[in-house]
Write a protein that binds this ligand. Structure first.
Ligand code: URA
Length: 217
């Protein structure tokens, strides 16, 4: 078991809202069906994105209510990119797009080499004009941190305005690795679990998120 770096912890927001924690518990249970696992992930993602978007800039607009003209505030959702790390990241997309439907979506395809546990890229597609956009990378499990760090490094080549990382679960290894390589990328998660096992799985965790979302086990 490795220690959590205090600086990495300070860069991590654990979203401990009771609804988030309740749904996470239901997802962890081994008897949760594919259907309920996917539905819960959608619901959780929709709740968690509130916290991730807390500091999004607002713009003043003039609108007319049925009674008066007023100045009110809106976000520019189109400036936001949700970058899904394939394939499990796609399980988060529906839930967050329900809340921010105008956001653009990118995909990063990385697989973990089973021997080295290092990330290898096989797909990368982002919207145009990334310099104008804020990116939220999504992947349910921040485990070794290698795929996350590789995805962030690849995205930085597009020079977006900012990058945040949203996951469901993580562990000290994942947070420490990502922070060491990218201390400028804040992490949002529902829980920091105890440790990684020798196969790169989070303990106690919830198993293989991709298999549980897509029913491929
Ligand atoms: N990926 C998963 O799906 N689960 C883990 O526990 C670690 C990585």
């Amino acid at each position: 078991m490795i220690a959590l770096d205090p600086a990495a912890r300070a860069n991590t927001t654990v979203i401990n809202h009771p609804l988030v924690q309740h749904k996470l518990t239901l997802m962890r249970k081994k008897e949760a069906s594919t259907n309920s696992f996917r539905r819960l992930l959608n619901e959780l993602a929709g709740l968690m994105i509130y916290e991730v978007c807390r500091d999004m800039p607002l713009q003043d607009v003039q609108i007319e209510t049925p009674l008066e003209t007023m100045t009110s505030q809106v976000i520019d959702g189109k400036k936001l990119v949700f970058a899904s790390i394939l394939r499990a990241g796609n399980g988060i997309l529906d839930g967050i797009l329900n809340v921010v439907p105008g956001a653009r979506v990118g995909h990063v395809g990385l697989y973990r080499d089973p021997n080295t546990l290092q990330a290898v890229e096989y797909y990368f597609k982002m919207p145009k004009n990334m310099e104008e956009r804020d990116v939220i990378i999504v992947d349910p499990m921040l485990a070794t941190g290698n795929s996350a760090a590789a995805a962030v490094a690849r995205l930085k080549q597009c020079k977006p305005k900012s990058i945040k990382f949203l996951c469901l679960l993580t562990c000290p290894e994942g947070i420490n690795t990502l922070y060491k390589e990218h201390p400028d990328v804040p992490v949002f998660t529902a829980a920091i679990d105890r440790e990684l096992n020798d196969h790169g799985y989070i303990l106690p965790g919830l198993g293989d998120a991709g298999d549980r979302i897509f029913g491929t086990q």
